[in-house]
Design a protein around this ligand. Structure first.
Ligand code: T3D
Length: 265
């Protein structure tokens, strides 16, 4: 018997680990099985010291249509459907895994990103999208609130007013407009997406991973701090980073007028 097709394709380009959601016929919507493979692939990338950046993308014409609404996890029982249990079992660990990766994660959004598929992309550090891609907070159309971190991410990315507009109306937001309003980092021509995402990930891979990941953490934490506490957090973080090899290397490379070679992880 032949092995079933993997639900997440895994490839490496030097220090960049490339993960592709692979259920193209159903726009890469999430099943329990795909969640399992994705989490395992992210864990493996996190544990591999040769990996210095990760790209997530989708196979076919879609990026990810969110929860597969036909997956067995969704089937009603005699106690009714517990949607929250699906979130706790799958989307919470996924969102936390992305936000705690020891290296930067780039979402290369190749097509429609809907529901938890949109917020999965927005959990990533930098989002680059093809011009033909779009983002849909599809939740209100099926009587839910944004999940996979959407309630936390959206107002921080685009402000409360736009977050509410996107989440309540659930309209399709084209990638160009998503870039204009600051929801994503970059929108590129459709044909340029793979090369643009790889170039971005390769650039990130050459930067000091620990400092990048600490930048993510400190920026997120500072949102909930007053100015004085944010300054304290910056100082504490610089103390730790200043003891790292990467800081010594960065300063040495600057004075030697040579490219740095960062290795802390
Ligand atoms: O338990 C829980 O629910 C927990 C958590 C939930 C988090 C969530 O993600 S809730 C939100 C779930 N997602 C959606 O509601 C999006 C549903 N999909 C759509 O609105 C549309 O498909 C798109 C706007 C994303 C794309 O539209 P279009 O016209 O480009 O494609 P299509 O024809 O609608 O879809 C292509 C196929 O994929 C189609 O199947 P078919 O007819 O060719 O056999 C369609 O049914 C299927 N598909 C698309 N999205 C899903 C899906 N099948 C299952 N689940 C999906 N989410």
């Amino acid at each position: 018997m032949s092995n079933p097709e993997p639900l997440v394709l895994i490839a490496s380009h030097g220090a960049v680990r490339h993960l592709t959601l692979n259920r193209p016929a159903l726009l890469n919507s999430f099943t329990s099985a795909m969640h399992g493979e994705l989490l395992a692939a992210l864990d493996a990338a996190a544990a591999d010291s040769a990996v210095r950046a990760v790209i997530v993308t989708g196979a076919g014409r879609g990026f990810c249509a969110g929860q597969d609404l036909t997956d067995s996890a969704m089937v009603a029982t005699d106690k009714g459907i517990d949607v929250g249990a699906v979130i706790k079992r799958h989307y919470r660990p996924l969102a936390l895994r992305i936000r705690s990766m020891p290296v930067p994660v780039v979402a290369a959004v190749n097509g429609v990103a809907a529901g938890a598929g949109a917020n999965f992309a927005l959990c990533c550090d930098l989002v680059v999208a093809a011009r033909g891609a779009s983002f849909i907070q599809a939740f209100s159309k099926i009587g839910l609130v944004p999940d996979c971190g959407g309630t936390w991410l959206l107002p921080r990315l685009v402000g409360r007013s736009r977050a509410l507009g996107l989440a309540m109306l659930g309209d399709k937001l084209p990638a160009e407009e998503a870039q204009r309003m600051g929801l994503i980092w970059q929108c590129v021509a459709d044909a340029d997406l793979p090369a643009a995402a790889l170039a971005l990930a390769q650039r990130l891979a050459q930067l000091p991973s620990v400092a990048l990941v600490e930048t993510r953490r400190v920026l997120d934490q500072a949102m909930a701090l007053d100015f004085g506490d944010a300054l304290t957090l910056e100082a504490q973080t610089q103390t730790a980073l200043g003891r790292g090899h990467d800081f010594v290397e960065g300063v040495a490379a600057f004075f030697a007028k040579r490219p740095p070679s960062f290795s802390d992880r």
